[in-house]
Design a binder for this molecule. Structure first.
Ligand code: F0G
Length: 448
């Protein structure tokens, strides 16, 4: 059989709530054209994020009932740590309430004003947490990634020559760590090759700089390596993931992505001294080291999710279904970041809407229109999110794991193609209110 089907059936359902275009126009006005400020009940298909929005499995729900809610020494923590250590090989596993809490703790311990942290591409919270310490976050994506239309296997890679140059100009002493985000979320959800992780590790190690993975989507990245990288086809996704982690000195992780959990994260390191400092900070704001801001049941859901996500049937379905959305809109003329990534499709809004200048936020304008037209929520990853640091004007359609069926995605395809057919009529936006950082969450706009 050639048809690839969802490798699950549905046991519990949630109704969707329809609204009219007139109602949505009103909600948009009330929300200042910021989709983060629209109530979830007024969204039909929510592609805002793949984070915390997964459908959990029967095994995860069963594990939730086993959750040990002891304040100290919870069994749930030991179950979660066993799974994380088996997967990553890291000595210290510090649970946190989500990925950015792990980031804050890591950067608070490692970064000082004047420091520089390179990454293939920082996610917004990663950049913000680095900059909050007074350090500078520098993106070093591979040059091929600039061409959104190039169909290359590993466009998430870091530019290792640029990393060498950065270390030379800044001096290794000012670079407390090098990070690699797998998959490269802000860079179009593109994977990083094992060869690139090895090359980055070699450069970093030569200068005595630790390498950390921002491992949110490690399983999707492992699947791409297994499918695409020479010499890896005989490995299981888990073996690939283990190789990826074995090249790093630590990781930050948001369990809201590839662990199918609705909340959670962790921070790992092999460095005993660092782990002690991190644990002290953890206790200050997150909680005791065996729960770190999570309920015991959350730790159990993560433990089960981390094993389920490495099932080859699941990963094949995941990547094929994301590609289904990508191919159906791209082959009909909507420019996307090619090739489709693992967790999302990114429309190149600057290319789709050349009549809207970057200063008028073409991807935000497209997000607004897609909601107005069809009740679909997506997210801008461009100048609204990153300001002057933005390299591209992308609209991300992130696909929650195991949540939407193919007919939902067919509806999304139809809506995007209808908007594309009258794209000349779309107009840009201007910002009328913005906070001092992470402005995309609360900024308000006006239509031009
Ligand atoms: N790193 C990456 C690559 C991410 O994509 C995210 C979150 C984080 C770190 C932070 O994790 O949300 O658990 O604190 N990304 C979500 C998204 C929010 O929509 O892409 P968190």
């Amino acid at each position: 059989m050639k048809t690839i089907i969802e490798p699950f059936r549905i046991k519990s359902v949630e109704p969707l709530h329809h609204t009219t275009p007139e109602e949505r126009e009103r909600y948009l006005e009330e929300a200042g054209y910021n989709l983060f400020l629209i109530e979830a009940r007024n969204i039909l298909i929510d592609l805002l994020t793949d984070s915390g929005t997964s459908a959990m499995s029967t095994e995860q729900w069963a594990a939730m009932m086993r959750g040990d809610e002891s304040y100290a020494g919870s069994e749930s923590f030991h179950r979660m740590r066993r799974v994380v250590q088996d997967l990553t090989g890291f000595r210290h596993v510090i649970p946190t309430h989500q990925g950015r809490a792990a980031e804050r703790i890591l950067f608070t311990v490692l970064c000082r004003p004047g420091h520089v942290v390179p990454n293939n591409t920082h996610f917004d919270t990663t950049r913000a947490n680095i900059e909050f310490t007074g350090a500078r976050a520098v993106d070093l994506p591979s040059p091929e990634a600039a061409d959104t239309q190039a169909r290359l296997d590993f466009k998430g890679n870091m530019d290792t020559a640029a990393l060498e140059r950065l270390i030379e100009t800044e001096g290794a002493a000012r670079i407390p760590l090098v990070m690699l985000t797998v998959t490269n979320n802000s860079g179009g959800g593109q994977p990083v090759s094992l060869a690139n992780i090895e090359a980055v590790r070699r450069v970093a190690a030569r200068h005595g700089i630790p390498l950390y993975l921002d491992a949110c989507r490690f399983a999707e990245n492992a699947w791409f390596i297994q499918q695409r990288e020479p010499g890896c086809s005989h490995l299981t996704p888990k073996q690939v993931a283990q190789k990826m982690f074995s090249l790093a000195d630590g990781c930050t992780f948001s369990a809201k992505k590839d662990a199918f959990a609705n909340i959670g994260g962790f921070l790992c390191t092999n460095d005993d001294r660092l782990a002690a400092q991190e644990t002290n900070l953890l206790i200050l704001t997150e909680g005791f080291p065996t729960y770190g801001g999570l309920a015991g049941r959350d730790l159990d859901a993560i433990a089960v999710g981390l094993e389920e996500v490495l099932d080859p049937d699941y990963l094949r379905y995941r990547v094929v279904s994301t590609g289904y959305l990508g191919r159906h809109i791209a082959d009909a003329g909507v420019p996307i970041v090619e090739p489709p990534g693992g967790h999302a499709i990114y429309i190149d809004a600057a290319r789709m809407l050349p009549h809207i200048p970057r200063s008028q936020f073409p991807a935000q304008a497209l997000a607004v229109e897609l909601y107005r037209h069809a009740g679909i929520r997506s997210v801008e990853i461009g100048s609204v999110m990153f300001g002057a640091e933005a390299r591209q004007e992308l609209l991300r359609l992130a696909i929650p794991r195991r949540v939407y069926t193919q007919s939902h995605i067919d509806y999304v395809v139809e809506a995007i193609l209808e908007v594309n057919a009258r794209k000349q009529a779309l107009r840009g936006l201007e910002i009328v209110h913005e906070p001092p950082f992470l402005r995309h969450f609360t900024a308000r706009f006006r239509r031009l």
